[in-house]
Design a protein around this ligand. Structure first.
Ligand SMILES: NC(=O)c1ccc[n+]([C@@H]2O[C@H](COP(=O)([O-])OP(=O)(O)OC[C@H]3O[C@@H](n4cnc5c(N)ncnc54)[C@H](OP(=O)(O)O)[C@@H]3O)[C@@H](O)[C@H]2O)c1
Length: 298
């Protein structure tokens, strides 16, 4: 399978380098700016094309590694060329292949999304970390085996998902990465009320957050869960909840737009506590968490 890339950016560089290092034939790159294609070609020991049609003609698999907002536009240009039998992939987390490549069936090509669950920040070094990355793969059933074969042949881990679930999958990724920042910000705000500067708060939370995430990733949710809820310490949970009861509903840290009221903070605490209740129960099947459950539902 000869693999070509349209879009010589972070993901194009990274996938191309990884594939070529693992013995795949990289046709080369076409990009908006020829200089980017030339840089990627040099990095991956492949070829820079200044003509999209020529790259397409010489590739069996095409990765459209352009920003999400340009994928469909670029696909429409690709579809002007003969692409019958070719596998057309994009790497967006939020878009399904069906949405990104409208009417692809009519061209005789096959559409896929192949999304790395990973933040690619460096064009030149991210390929070294790709072996640990999980990909979500979905698209046309007819040739999906070829995409899976490609992933297996270079030892990339992947999960097949349904295109209908693509946005849910992307939402899950945002919760574990972007919204984790929100969760830490909430903790930083509360520490701010205890006298910490924002910088000291982040620094103070470092060992706790790092250790906890590492424990979850290495040993699983149940094994890593500690704290008052896991211990069944209802007295401490009551005190935590009471601490949110302010006399008035003023916004925390002034009246900034988007900052929680104390009641909202309490609801956040309750919601996340409810989420870990079954984890605690699975860890300690002999314990009853009924009282805590009742408190969280009040
Ligand atoms: N970065 C990540 O962490 C990450 C992670 C997972 C998935 N993804 C997905 O991977 C895809 C690419 O993202 P990226 O981070 O690699 O973006 P990027 O670094 O901005 O690179 C995109 C490249 O596409 C080229 N491009 C833009 N419009 C084009 C057009 N109309 N025709 C041809 N080339 C065009 C640009 O080329 P020039 O340099 O020539 O202007 C740019 O280098 C997106 O779908 C994104 O959602 C990204």
């Amino acid at each position: 399978m000869r693999i070509g890339f349209i879009g010589a950016g972070k993901v194009g560089f990274t996938l191309g380098k990884y594939f070529s290092k693992h013995g795949k034939e990289i046709t080369g790159y076409y990009s908006r700016n020829t200089a980017s294609a030339e840089e990627a070609a040099e990095f991956t020991d492949s070829r820079a094309f200044d003509n999209m049609g020529e790259l397409i003609e010489n590739s069996d698999v095409l990765f459209l590694t352009v920003p999400d907002g340009s994928i469909t536009d670029v696909y429409r240009q690709v579809a002007q060329c003969p692409i019958r039998g070719k596998l057309i992939c994009h790497c967006s987390g939020a878009l399904s292949a069906r949405l990104a490549f409208p009417d692809i069936k009519e061209t005789g090509a096959y559409g896929y999304s192949v999304h790395p669950l990973f933040a690619v920040s460096s064009k030149y070094s991210a390929y070294e970390e790709l072996a640990d990355v999980f990909f979500a793969v979905e698209g046309d059933e007819e040739r999906i085996g070829d995409i899976e074969g490609l992933m297996k042949s270079v030892w990339l881990r992947y999960q097949r998902i349904d295109g209908e679930n693509k946005i849910g999958y992307h939402c899950a990724a945002a919760i574990a990465s972007n919204l984790m920042v929100g969760l830490i910000k909430e903790s930083v705000d509360i520490l701010g009320r205890c006298g910490f500067s924002p910088e000291d708060a982040v620094s103070a939370l470092g060992p706790l957050v790092r250790g906890n995430v590492q424990h979850v990733l290495e040993d699983g949710l149940e094994s890593s869960l500690t704290g008052p809820l896991e211990r069944g310490d209802i007295g401490t949970i009551v005190k935590h909840l009471d601490s949110f009861d302010a006399e008035n509903e003023e916004k925390v840290h002034g009246a900034d737009e988007g900052v929680f009221t104390r009641e909202e903070e309490k609801q956040l605490y309750k919601l996340l506590s409810k989420k870990i209740l079954p984890v605690a129960q699975a860890k300690h099947p002999e314990r009853s968490y009924e009282e805590i459950k009742k408190l969280l539902n009040e």
